[in-house]
Design a protein around this ligand. Structure first.
Ligand code: ADP
Length: 363
């Protein structure tokens, strides 16, 4: 898949946020934007799964409404497409307040953040996606804003430079990250709540697909919704993407309603296997098994062979392959499991990575 087609343009948020997301079933960027906007839940009661997170946020919302105070800064972390932006955009609706959206890569210097901070309304929300990509200088600029709702602006240069402090309206910063480990600890410590989002169950994704099919006015059978859910890598964004594609297929090739046969035909055409793996997942496993003999091998070597950034592999491909035990991480690198090898009708080599007990463990 071309690098460009992996870029999810979320420009409706700020005009310049980009994050790397897989595009499935031939969807283009505009289509993905429209789909996300049309299908995103608006209130906590519409959010599916992530029960504990939803419950905690509900309590925080209730308490802050009672006290008429800002919510308190929240950090969401988890793989792409699991609902970090969704939670962030649901909260202002619950609170009856506004939200401004931007992202780490869009804020290269403190001056880029200034308009967002000076525009905050009382108790409103500022959402920073990919917050782990904030430059250190911007991070340091934001600390007094998070702690005391104040910013320090340096005017002039050299000996004539002076610092003026400016008070801000109380607000809530919501950060989202796929890599919480890359956040500096001073930044992490300034968030009052830290919520981790995990992959969704098949039942949760089935429920989501049925609700979203209804929103799209497309009839779908229970078994077809389940089939889509099983092939969505535990990820709502991918479930939506599969549903969008299957709906196009049903409109074009059938009577606009989705049954199991239509779902299977459409997914086969999009090259989504029964395991829910897509082309990139299979290519990863192919490289690990066919090129590197099943490992152990470093993620950089696999990334170089696939011509993709190592970050894309760690953030988007590996987490699901690890969860489904197609691969394991060992101190010496990635190793394909028996399940991974079985996709290629192969068995792990006798003295391969997995038979060496020393390889097991986490990096
Ligand atoms: P992230 O910000 O983590 O990359 P998003 O919040 O953009 O993910 O989620 C992608 C899409 O998946 C959303 O537009 C929404 O339609 C759907 N989605 C995500 N989480 C949920 C959820 N818990 N319930 C219902 N739909 C969800």
């Amino acid at each position: 898949m071309a690098k460009d087609s992996l870029e999810k343009d979320t420009s409706e948020k700020t005009g310049n946020i980009t994050s790397r997301q897989p595009v499935i079933g031939g969807n283009d960027l505009k289509e993905e934007r429209n789909r996300d906007a049309a299908l995103r839940p608006k209130y906590l009661s519409e959010v599916i799964g992530q029960k504990a997170v939803t419950k905690r946020l509900g309590i925080a919302v209730k308490a802050c409404k009672k006290r008429k105070e800002p919510l308190g800064h929240i950090l969401f972390d988890g793989p792409p497409g699991l609902g970090k932006t969704t939670f962030a955009t649901v909260l202002p609706n619950e609170l009856g307040t506004s939200i401004q959206l931007t992202s780490g890569p869009a804020l290269s210097k403190p001056a880029d953040l200034l308009p967002f901070l000076t525009n905050v309304e009382e108790n409103s929300i500022l959402f920073i996606d990919e917050i782990h990509r904030l430059p250190r200088v911007v991070e340091e600029f934001i600390y007094p804003a998070m702690e005391d709702f104040r910013i320090d602006i340096v005017l002039g240069e050299g000996l004539s430079a002076r610092t003026i402090s400016m008070n801000l309206k109380p607000f809530t910063l919501i950060g989202a990250t796929t890599r919480s480990g890359m956040l500096s600890s001073p930044m992490r410590d300034r968030f009052k709540m830290h919520e981790h989002l995990d992959f969704y169950t098949i039942d949760e994704l089935s429920q989501m697909i049925k609700i979203n099919a209804k929103k799209l006015q497309t009839p779908i059978s229970d078994d077809a919704a389940r089939e889509l859910a099983c092939r969505s890598r535990g990820t709502p964004r991918i479930a939506n993407s599969r549903l969008w594609w299957v709906r196009n297929y049903a409109d074009s090739e059938a009577n606009s309603s989705i049954d199991l046969k239509i779902a299977q035909e459409a997914l086969q055409m999009a090259e989504v296997s029964e395991d829910g793996l897509d082309k990139q997942d299979r290519r990863y496993l192919e490289v690990l098994i066919q090129v590197f003999g099943g490992g152990p091998t470093g993620v950089e070597a696999i990334a170089a062979t696939m011509n993709l950034p190592a970050d894309t592999l760690s953030d988007e491909i590996e987490l699901y392959l690890l969860r489904e035990q197609f691969i394991i991480r060992s101190p010496r690198g990635r190793v394909a499991t028996e399940r991974g090898f079985s996709l290629f009708n192969k068995k792990p080599p006798k003295n391969g990575g997995l038979t060496n007990s020393g390889l097991f463990g986490s990096e």
